[in-house]
Design a protein around this ligand. Sequence first.
Ligand code: PNS
Length: 164
Amino acid sequence: MPSIAVYPGSFDPITNGHIDLLERALKMFDQVIIAVAVNVGKEPMFSAEERFEMIKESLADHPQRERVKVDLLQGLLVDYVKSIPARTIVRGLRAVSDFEYEFQMALMNRKLNPEIETAFIMTGMRWIYISSRIIKEVVCAGGNVAGLVPDGVAKKLMERLSHP
Ligand code: PNS
């Protein structure tokens, strides 16, 4: 049986930090499913379909793309993971500040389905200060995010800024 992990998130938009985490997860699992949350609870800059497409495009030339699937996540994450069927959720941890939110989600997911475990992977040091939120903030203020997000994503961010 191949080992499958689900990597959920808002990915609004995907950053190089997310891709770094994906690559680390691919060292541990045969297949990683990137699950793009449709309802993110906050007002996203990009629709779920746009976020999905940006991830697909960003990974189109990735050497490991055959072991990666991108999907839309609707409803409860643990129900989605069970439906695959998979038993592991992977999430990235950057700094202590991530811990409380991640701890709460992992324990709630465990309460909802004790068969499913969350595995935390440390983000590479190069990307420790990056988040989708800070990327959007920098772009909105006129800053350059080249090298921090895939090229196609940087382009989309600029387009969104000029045609909101
Ligand atoms: O990138 P984010 O915004 O930190 O990701 C949060 C996400 C999408 C993983 C979380 O909101 C989620 O799992 N949403 C799906 C609905 C669900 O199961 N919520 C309960 C999680 S405890």
